[in-house]
Design a protein. Structure first.
Lengths: 338, 500
């Protein structure tokens, strides 16, 4: 009697209505939360609702957004990537080392640095995915190992020192605010999100990412190799860590072996707050963008409200836990709708 | 009237979509050994779970020692003195035998420290009861299955059980171990313990049983003395119904060339090699008891599990199948027995479940064409009469039959030359069952090869051109349609399990 617990119900609501409700519960909920939090701080916190503050927030969320975009792929397949913070650190020192090479013209140096960052990140990500699928080790453990290895490699590459002296044109681009409202590095983050959204929504590859996260055994027995998609997801996460390293260089103008400490946790938090399920198969990258915004708006808003640095993490931690509770609740709600 | 320790009056249990037990009345006399028989799904395990307090009956009443018996939890059942030894053993492998035996009631000294001495001496006494001469400090993982079984029984005895329920205790035992077990059962019986014994092995029940209850499709067929009955009598009672022609065997479809042949397929060093083939336009039945290696053989063939050796030919050409993707590429399809765990993307929509086998068909340059996908999915949904609110509905919310149709649809979407169906109608209601049968005939008419694994013997006999029978990982026989005979197939299925 294996069919016991299954309710034999068809959809209790019409398809169109279900679709709308699904949108409301899954995507609009997070957006609504962002709007409410923003409104709250706009009214209560001095200087919050100023153009300058908005710009600051855009600049500050760029790195986390890029990291979280790649993290979304990994979490959708049911994995986790704890290594992105230190992979970012490794990439900043690799990129900075390439960029300050005096034998190269600035344009060539910057291009090569970008490629080096992406290649380094992707290689780390590929290793994460390959090791965890090849030996069937939980990605939690493998990426924890990579976190340490990349951090060590960053120190080796940089000889344990900060690398400065990036080309002026590069620094200028990092400070650029397009049209007076769009910081260049936020544009980079938005482009990464847009690319991720396109891939997940429209491509065969994106479909397979969701399918693998939903039931990798069913995918395997349908004639695919789920490991291929898992490795790809980790490689993408590494790749975005490389891109995030370039954003870091644009913003802070230094390559640092101790950069990125704890970034992985912010990225995971953004993904989860954005409504992607930790068990895989469900979520959206737009939600991730909103999740990153919520984190930063909270952080900035609390600071402007005068909540001390000691209390800020308590509030943010509570919000993360709340998001996961809501996620469980949302699952139940969605099941009723479908 | 004899002294009845347990009596059931009109007991029924209904699960959504399936009646597991209906109007079952029987009584069990104090001190007897009562055999319960029935095919897979006849309601035996539901009955036990009612006694164990895992399920509660929806109708009827159970009396224990003349008092109403309504256990809400397994703990309640134990307190009353009814103890179940389940088929899957529930021992903790890394704890000692003694700890396992008295886990729920460890002897303690001051400060809650376990009294090892008392623990081990009590354990020795319990092990002696079941004739197990082994150091109680041994970790359970070091024991063989038979020894574990005996530990389970000793554990049941430690609670001073009045009624001991043994669910297929001999399934994994060797003949000498079975002898030992029977001796213990007889000794317990002499001490006044009532035993309810469930088994698939018809021959052995005569040795220990006093009375027998036969269940079929959740209903009571008979509850009577074993004396005067024979094995064929029991088989007839278990299977019962004649094969009504709900299957629609189509004699006009003539099997053609061999579609798939398997030669000397060996899963591992311990299992025997098997060989069989299926022709185009043929439905080949695979019979055997649950656990006889049918599913494992199909999974190995499909590349789902590793295999040691064997030659697989499709349309006469040898093919290498190392993973399911190779099998699929060569035109094989597998409908797994675990539909939810292995067949479907439960939380994804009907259309996405159907196209997963070949997204290339509805995409260009790596982009999914949602419109083409919807058209293809809608086609299959209407062809197979899948009842869903829309193709965007998550398959989780479909009924068992409609879920199964979605699994079939995904293979039809891919296009297939040979389908392997493992329990295709399990958990599927009668209406959808017939539609699945019709669909299989349509596929046979299209000259596809079909392998049908099923525990429902009448179904196999109704649907198949030939039946091969598995018994303890071996193919022990092949029966052509003209020679179909329930008793013959069943006795083949039991062949390797019956003691010489």
């Amino acid at each position: 009697m294996s069919e016991t617990s299954e309710p034999i119900v068809s959809a209790p609501v019409s398809p169109a209505k279900a679709k709308f409700l699904r949108f409301l519960v899954r995507d609009a909920g997070v957006l609504l939360a962002l709007v409410l939090i923003t409104l709250f701080f706009s009214v209560s916190a001095p200087y919050f609702a100023t153009p300058g503050n908005a710009l600051k927030i855009f600049v500050q969320i760029a790195i986390n957004t890029v990291l979280a975009a790649g993290m979304t792929f990994v979490i959708l397949t049911g994995g986790i990537d704890l290594s992105v913070g230190s992979v970012l650190a490794l990439c900043t020192v690799v990129g900075a080392t390439v960029m300050i090479d005096e034998n190269l013209s600035p344009a060539v140096a910057i291009t090569l640095a970008l490629l080096a960052c992406m290649a380094t990140g992707a290689a780390c990500g590929f290793l994460n995915g390959w090791i965890s699928t090849r030996w069937k080790i939980p990605s939690f453990i493998v990426t924890l190992g990579m976190l340490n290895m990349a951090a060590g490699a960053a120190r080796v590459v940089s000889d344990n020192s900060t690398i400065t002296g990036l080309p002026q044109s590069f620094v200028d681009f990092g400070n650029l605010i397009i049209g007076g409202f769009l910081p260049s590095i936020f544009l980079v983050a938005v482009l990464v999100i847009a690319a991720g959204w396109f891939v997940l929504r429209f491509t065969v590859f994106g479909r397979m990412i969701f399918a693998v996260g939903t039931n990798d055994e069913a995918v395997r027995l349908s004639g695919h190799n789920p490991d291929y998609y898992k490795v790809a997801a980790f490689t993408i996460s590494g790749l975005t860590a490389g891109v995030a390293a370039m954003v870091y260089l644009l913003r802070l103008n230094i390559g640092s072996p101790i950069a990125g400490v704890g970034y992985e946790l912010n990225a995971i938090a953004a993904v989860i707050i954005g409504g992607t399920s930790l068990s895989g198969g469900k979520g959206s990258i737009i939600g991730t963008l909103v999740g990153a915004c919520i984190l930063q708006v909270l952080s900035t808003g609390l600071q402007l409200l005068g909540v001390g640095d000691n209390f800020k993490p308590i509030v943010i931690g509570l919000v993360i836990v709340l998001a996961v509770i809501l996620d469980a609740y949302r699952e139940r709600l969605l099941r009723k709708i479908r | 009237m004899t002294d009845m320790i347990l009596s059931l009056e009109g007991v029924g249990k209904i699960f959504p979509g399936a009646v597991a037990l209906s109007e079952v009345s029987l009584s069990i006399a104090r001190g007897e050994t009562h055999i319960i028989l029935g095919e897979n799904g006849a309601g035996k395990s539901t009955l036990i779970k009612l006694l164990a307090g895992i399920y509660q009956p929806d109708s009827g009443a159970i009396a224990f020692n003349g008092q109403p018996y309504q256990p809400r939890t397994p703990h309640d059942a134990q307190q009353s003195g009814i103890r179940i030894v389940h088929q899957e053993l529930n021992l903790l492998p890394y704890l000692s035998i003694a700890e396992n035996l008295m886990l729920e009631n460890l002897p303690r000294r001051a400060f809650g420290i376990v009294d090892r001495k008392a623990l081990n001496s009590r354990a020795v006494a319990l092990l002696k009861e079941v004739g197990l001469d082994i150091d109680p400090r041994t970790r359970v993982e070091a024991l063989g299955v038979a020894q574990m079984q005996l530990v389970e029984i000793a554990k049941a005895l430690s609670y001073d059980s009045k009624v001991l329920v043994l669910d297929e205790p001999t399934a994994t035992l060797t003949p000498p171990e079975i002898e030992r077990l029977f001796a213990i059962i007889k000794r317990l019986k002499a001490k006044g313990v009532t035993i309810i014994y469930i088994s698939h092995r018809l021959h052995e029940v005569f040795e220990i049983g006093d009375r027998v209850t036969v269940l079929r499709n959740g209903r009571l067929v008979a509850s009577r003395d074993l004396g005067g009955l024979t094995v064929p009598d029991l088989v007839r009672m278990m299977i019962g119904r004649d094969i009504a022609d709900e299957y629609g065997f189509d004699a006009s479809i003539v099997p053609g060339k061999v579609a798939l042949s398997v030669a000397n397929l060996k899963r591992d060093a311990a299992t025997p090699a098997i060989s069989f083939d299926v022709k185009r336009g043929e439905i080949l039945g695979v019979a055997g008891l649950v656990g006889s290696g049918r599913t494992e053989a199909m999974r190995a063939l499909f590349g789902a599990d590793p295999k040691l050796d064997g030659v697989i030919e499709i349309d006469g050409r040898p093919v290498a199948i190392a993973a399911p993707k190779d099998a699929v590429r060569h035109g094989l399809s597998l409908l797994t027995e675990d539909r939810k765990g292995q067949g479907l993307l439960l939380d994804m929509a009907v259309d996405k479940n159907i196209t997963i086998t070949d997204l290339g068909k509805v995409s260009r340059h790596g982009l999914v064409n949602r419109r083409a996908e919807a058209v293809a999915a809608n086609d299959l949904v209407s062809q197979l009469r899948v009842k869903a609110a829309s193709i965007e509905q998550a398959v989780r919310n479909l009924s068992g039959g409609n879920q199964q149709k979605v699994v079939l649809a995904k293979w039809l979407f891919r296009g297939t030359s040979t389908l392997i169906l493992d329990e295709p109608t399990r958990g599927v209601d009668i209406g959808a069952r017939r539609e699945i049968y019709q669909l299989l005939w349509m596929l046979a008419a299209q000259q596809k090869g079909i392998i049908m694994v099923s525990s429902d013997l009448p179904e196999l006999m109704g649907m198949c051109n030939r039946i091969i029978v598995f018994s303890r990982n071996k193919i022990v026989g092949e029966v052509p349609r003209s020679e179909f005979d329930q008793e013959r197939i069943l006795s083949l299925a039991y062949q390797e399990y019956v003691r010489p």
